[in-house]
Design a protein around this ligand. Structure first.
Ligand SMILES: Nc1ncnc2c1ncn2[C@@H]1O[C@H](COP(=O)(O)OP(=O)(O)OP(=O)(O)O)[C@@H](O)[C@H]1O
Ligand SMILES: [Mg+2]
Length: 607
């Protein structure tokens, strides 16, 4: 997760907001305060000036109006006024104090140089004296910039006739100095307040952001899949509640995560342990999941088919795709055979819908139905083969019997021949039915073999002796059988039948004057029997099939020799029931070698 920059942090924002609020408050208070203070100071200043002027004017008026004729008074007016000024007109603030008489002559001042001067026409003293009105103004010194309060106080006698005026200029700088020093105090106060509030802000902000920062870190840990950490709860305020909720939420997520994980594991173990293949797609039909059996069945790995369209991967034709797309669930059989194997797959498509009922993909279960299909086909072939095999002798018999009925029975030469043919055909049918019965008995799981411990050396000699007695004299049987005793568990009758079936084939196909070889060898844990002839052989493509029921490599010739194609099938069945193997090797035109092997008795069972 991105780290939050210092100036983007909540802490910083809180501090800034606090300082700005404080500055705003101080500004507003300061503005009101200094304005009020200025007004108040000016007012006080002017009031005190007015009061003193009042006293001054009262005394000066008395002095001017005093009767100085006839030598009543020795002191001159100037002297009196100077005394009054000295008494009431001294102040640091007075930069200019002038007493002007009726003739606009300065008769008293705090600056003795001006005594006796006539005030100029520009001065506002003159109009004030003439009109007898007070005047007040604030002036600024052009040179020093000093602000002064200028007051002109006209004097009049008892008849309200003007007798002069007091002109006073008082410096206001002291007020402004006072204001400036107060402002300085204010500024310092503001700076201290800002400093303190910044510190307080840091503390307050930290108390708010600490749990939030912690929660943020916890959330990051949580996001990485670690549910072990708890968030500290610092109080019962909103942040405390948030922390509590966060912890609860974490618990819930942990449980949900656990459940999901468990489900996922179950699902994946089900998927990988089932024998059917499962392929899942997204809404576009692209493969997003596939289990191992599916990989084996379609012969491609998940990486190879990921995101490919399932219809392409399964080689579906246009019609099949339409069929799948039209239904919610459909089952189709796909021919997946290639040059080497025959493979039929059954695919069940089920539509998956999301919570709003919209199509969100297919779940396809595929299974190998090759074996089923093969069994089914074999069953059909078997029935048709049996019918065919039975029909041939029956047809032959019917035609001979018809001939006999039609009068041939009276012919002493033909009748016995005809009866012999029907007898042969009957025997052939009996043989066929017996073979079939035996096969069906062996197919039946309940069928039990009568196994006994047999020394195969005398046993095979005995079986071969029987052949020697019945065979065509021109054919020899060469035996190669070890002398030592070899013990096997087996059903004697059944193994006799195996040798019978293979030997009868060899004798049947062996050319006259050529030997049929019987060879028994003992291997590490089995015996191997080979029966070889120098007959016509079997072409390689047919070699595997000779063990199939009713299979005849050369149908015409075999039938002519009375074969039904069941001999080797029965032999195979028996050998497989004895946990052995049977196979054939042949070179066309040179001969055939049929082998079978049987397991030896394991040591612990005796011997
Ligand atoms: N030694 C052999 N040489 C050449 N072909 C053989 C030999 N053994 C078996 N075959 C071929 O294999 C086929 C199957 O043999 P199998 O013994 O099962 O049937 P069959 O001999 O025709 O009839 P059955 O044995 O039931 O009388 C035969 O029809 C024959 O074509
Ligand atoms: Mg045979």
């Amino acid at each position: 997760m991105k780290k939050v920059g210092l100036f983007q942090s909540i802490q910083w924002k809180i501090i800034i907001i606090m300082i700005l609020l404080l500055l705003l408050a101080i500004q507003v208070i300061g503005a009101y305060f200094s304005q009020g203070l200025e007004k108040e100071l000016k007012q006080n200043f002017e009031e005190s000036i007015d009061e003193r002027l009042e006293v001054l004017s009262y005394n000066i008026r008395d002095a001017i109006l005093a009767d100085r004729s006839e030598g009543n008074l020795e002191r001159s007016l100037e002297y009196d006024i100077a005394n009054i000024i000295a008494l009431y007109g001294q102040s640091d603030a007075y930069s200019k104090l002038q007493i002007v008489d009726r003739q606009f002559r300065i008769i008293g001042t705090n600056n003795q140089e001006d005594i006796g001067k006539i005030v100029t026409g520009e001065s506002s003293v003159r109009p004030s004296i003439i009109s007898g009105t007070k005047s007040r103004s604030i002036q600024r010194d052009a040179v020093t910039g000093e602000r002064r309060l200028v007051k002109i106080h006209p004097l009049s006698n008892n008849d309200d006739e003007p007798i002069g005026a007091i002109y006073l200029e008082a410096s206001m700088e002291s007020i402004y100095e006072q204001l400036a020093s107060i402002n300085t105090i204010f500024l310092n106060g503001t700076l201290i307040a800002v400093g303190i509030s910044a510190i307080v802000g840091v503390l307050v902000a930290r108390s708010i952001t600490k749990p939030i920062t912690e929660m943020r870190e916890q959330a990051q840990i949580l996001a990485s899949g670690d549910f072990s950490q708890e968030v500290n709860v610092y109080g019962v305020d909103e942040i405390g509640q948030l922390a509590n909720t966060f912890n609860e939420m974490k618990e819930n997520i942990k449980i949900a995560n656990h459940t999901t994980e468990e489900e996922r594991r179950k699902l994946s173990s089900v998927l990988s342990n089932m024998s059917d293949g499962v392929i899942s797609t997204n809404e576009a039909g692209q493969i997003i999941l596939m289990n191992d059996p599916a990989e084996i069945l379609i012969g491609q790995t998940f990486e190879q088919v990921q995101n490919k369209l399932i219809f392409d991967v399964l080689n579906l034709s246009e019609d099949m795709i339409q069929l799948v797309e039209m239904q919610d669930s459909s089952s189709i059989t796909i021919d997946f055979s290639d040059d080497n194997h025959f493979l039929l797959l059954k695919a069940n498509f089920t539509v998956v819908e999301d919570e709003y009922g919209r199509f969100s993909g297919y779940i396809t279960v595929i299974s190998d139905v090759t074996e089923q299909e093969k069994v089914e086909r074999e069953r059909r072939e078997f029935v048709s083969n049996v019918s065919h095999e039975l029909r041939t002798p029956l047809t032959t018999m019917r035609s001979y019997l018809e001939a006999l009925i039609d009068g041939a029975w009276t012919n002493k030469e033909i009748a016995p021949q005809f009866l012999e043919v029907t007898q042969n055909e009957t025997e052939r049918m009996i043989r066929l039915v017996n073979d079939l019965l035996q096969l069906s008995k062996m197919d039946n799981k309940g069928h039990e073999m009568v196994k006994e411990r047999v020394n195969v050396v005398p046993f095979f000699h005995h079986v071969l002796d029987r052949f020697e007695m019945n065979k065509d004299e021109r054919i020899k049987i060469e035996r190669s059988i070890p002398r030592e005793s070899i013990f096997l568990w087996m059903d004697k009758d059944q193994i006799i039948q195996v040798v019978d079936n293979i030997m009868s084939n060899a004798l049947k196909y062996s050319p006259q004057d050529e030997a049929v070889r019987f060879k028994l060898t003992k291997e590490r844990n089995r015996i191997k029997v080979m029966i070889a002839d120098n007959g016509p052989g079997i072409s390689p493509s047919k070699l595997d099939k000779i063990f199939d029921r009713f299979y005849r490599a050369d149908a015409a010739r075999s039938r002519e020799r009375g074969g039904t194609g069941l001999g080797l099938a029965i032999a195979k069945e028996i050998i497989v029931n004895h946990q052995g193997q049977i196979w054939a090797e042949s070179i066309e035109g040179q001969g055939t070698r049929v082998f079978f092997s049987l397991p030896l008795i394991a040591r612990k069972q005796g011997d």
